[in-house]
Design a protein around this ligand. Structure first.
Ligand code: FAD
Ligand code: NAP
Length: 551
């Protein structure tokens, strides 16, 4: 399958595969392709590997899936040797891990940093992609893999006067590489999602005063982060085969935990409360796994939501502030649940204030203040924890042209359409890792990344063995899959929230529940079955044979 030899490739260089992005997805994809003897080039717009962990350097940034699970499983030596220091590793350590992986598997020689992919165009005659990068070059590739990330397009809010503000403005998703010192400063932060909730307690410790501008309060569960002991690490290592198997197949969200056997209303009040207390004391994302119907049944969900609201009221001393911090407008878990260290307690500090911008939205930002309800909240520096154009934002930034010159942005104008989240009809040989229509952001992402990378790698082997030149999603298979993704989502409470899963955080973005909520195990089985049936639902094409001269 060497693209190098194809006469159709007139570009300066030619590869079997171009990979866009050098986060955990792009790095593992490169490693697998190398192992198959395929030529690959990775383009990464950042200056190093790690993706999310390269960009999100804000104070308090850390994973919320436990590190012993939020890590690659493809190399047993790696998972046996790498020492995670804490239950939830901080961002610098995860970035160090990404760099270690890049060195250990000698990945850098095929990664071009500080280079974005701006355009990719499919040539129907040569069955190859022309890929144009920010350095003005065009290369050719038989396949393109978008490992561009679901939370990689940081979104600056469209607030009047933002550009007039005189002090420094930082976005959590694009944080400076040099340390930011808030000592003695009046800091404002807009946004109370996972990033805001992680950074507020840390900034509050430094700042002279911190003003938190909150539009929608979030449900947050304590992390109970702590150093990992050698014995705890060893327990994971000894049990990795089972832990990884369980995460892939049994746990809907790719996280090893004890699974519930009953719904919230099957228990009486005191038993239910005891279970919530136990999960609260344990901390972390598995709070939502205490019962099997919290995402399905509003009455069941209400019991967990009220429990968390009570905890907020118990923690926050000022009743008016506590009330503002209590989420009431959407079921718990239907926006990505947050995991915190002392978030609610931080509002008991004398140097922290909370401003409700739901009741009175920010009127404008002036040179030195955020104006709300006619009152100027004076600040020296502003932090935007306002999130991302999620799942589709980074793909949409690339001018992708498939068959007949149709752009992916045109095709996705009413919402993303894919088959299995892996390919979109009309765009042959273009794969997406953790794309919309796959479990992706609803899971431990490394589980989903590894599954997609392995599936794509197996698929490329199949194509090579069968002498196939093209593969693309069949239109009707794609339509059925999109309908299935929607149907499953609408059987849950998730579409009730104005979440980024729904595109609701971006004005004008179509409201579609983007990830597949059927669970990682069920989804993996579907993908495996599709492959076993000769890639059912995909159209596979052979290279056109050169015409013989008429005799
Ligand atoms: P990314 O890590 O986003 O990497 C994509 C890369 O592609 C980026 O480096 C980007 O610069 C590059 N890129 C994009 N477009 C282009 C282009 N056109 N040209 C060149 N390069 C391009 N998930 C979990 O499962 N557990 C967690 O605890 C967790 N914590 C998170 C914390 C934060 C702060 C955030 C933002 C996300 C978190 N996530 C978590 C989700 C996280 O994004 C994934 O776990 C994972 O890191 C994604 O890896 P990726 O390689 O798919 O994408
Ligand atoms: P987010 O969840 O989308 O939160 C953005 C916040 O900014 C919300 O509170 C939102 O309010 C607010 N906001 C957005 N635009 C605004 C505007 N114009 N005016 C006022 N407020 C505005 O983004 P995030 O916190 O960066 O997290 C995104 C995802 O990344 C998470 O859900 C998670 O998957 C991942 N993440 C994980 C961790 C972790 O713990 N490991 C940490 C950070 C991020 P509304 O809710 O009203 O829209």
């Amino acid at each position: 399958m060497s693209a190098q030899s194809s006469p159709a490739h007139q570009a300066s260089e030619a590869f079997d595969v171009v990979i866009v992005g050098a986060g955990f997805a792009g790095m593992y994809m490169l490693h697998r392709l190398r192992g198959l003897g395929l030529s690959a080039r990775v383009y990464e717009q950042g200056g190093g590997v790690g993706g999310t962990w390269y960009w999100n350097r804000y104070p308090g940034a850390r994973c919320d899936v436990e590190s012993m699970q939020y890590s690659y499983s493809f190399s047993d030596e790696l998972q046996q040797e790498w020492d995670w220091s804490e239950r939830y590793a901080p961002q610098p350590e995860i970035l160090k891990y990404a760099n270690h992986v890049a060195d250990r598997f000698d990945l850098r020689r095929d990664i071009q940093f500080d280079t974005s992919v701006d355009r990719a165009e499919f040539d129907e005659r040569s069955n190859a992609w022309s890929v144009t990068t920010s350095d003005g070059r065009t290369v050719s590739a038989n396949f393109v893999v978008l490992a561009t990330g679901c939370l990689s397009n940081a979104r600056k809010p469209d607030i009047k006067g933002l550009d007039r503000f005189k002090g420094p403005v930082y976005h959590t998703g694009n944080w400076p590489h040099e340390p930011v010192d808030f000592t003695g400063l009046r800091v404002g932060i807009i946004g109370t999602g996972s990033s805001g909730i992680q950074s507020v307690p840390v900034i509050a410790e430094q700042a002279k005063h911190l003003t938190v501008f909150q539009r929608t309060p979030n449900y947050s569960i304590p992390a109970h982060n702590a150093a990992l002991t050698p014995a705890e690490r060893q327990k994971f290592r000894d049990n990795y085969p089972e832990i990884r198997r369980f995460a892939r197949w049994e746990a809907r969200n790719g996280i090893y935990t004890d699974l519930p056997d009953r719904g919230a209303l099957d228990d009486g009040d005191s038993e239910r409360r005891a279970k919530y207390e136990a999960r609260w004391a344990r901390g972390g994302l598995t709070f939502m796994s205490v019962y099997n119907n919290l995402g399905l049944d509003k009455a069941a969900n209400d019991t967990a939501a009220s429990f968390v609201r009570e905890k907020i009221a118990e923690t926050v001393k000022d009743p008016a502030t506590a009330k503002l911090l209590q989420p009431t407008t959407y079921p718990i878990g239907t926006k990505r649940i947050c995991i915190d260290t002392d978030y609610f307690d931080t509002f008991n500090r004398p140097n922290v204030s909370l401003v409700d911008i739901k009741a009175s939205p920010i009127e404008e930002i002036t040179e030195n203040a955020v104006r709300v309800a006619g009152h100027d909240h004076e600040i020296d520096t502003l932090v935007l924890a306002t999130g991302f154009d999620a799942m589709t934002g980074s793909v949409a930034r690339i001018d992708i042209r498939g068959r007949a010159g149709r752009t992916l942005n045109q095709k996705w104008a009413e919402g993303p359409k894919t088959y299995l989240g892996l390919m979109s009809a009309g765009f042959p040989n273009l794969f997406i890792i953790t794309g919309p229509g796959s479990p992706s952001v609803l899971s431990n992402m490394i589980v989903s990344i590894e599954q997609h990378v392995d599936w794509i790698a197996d698929c490329l082997v199949h194509m090579r063995e069968q002498g196939l030149a093209t593969m693309e999603a069949d239109v009707s298979a794609e339509e059925k899959w999109v309908a299935h993704v929607n149907e499953v989502a609408h059987g849950t409470l998730y579409p009730q929230a104005n979440s980024w899963y729904m595109g609701a955080n971006i004005p004008g973005k179509p409201r579609i529940f983007m990830p597949y909520i059927g669970g990682v195990g069920a989804y993996r089985q579907i993908c495996n079955d599709v492959a076993a049936k000769g890639y059912e639902g995909f159209v596979l094409g052979r290279a056109a044979q050169p015409r013989r001269a008429a005799s």
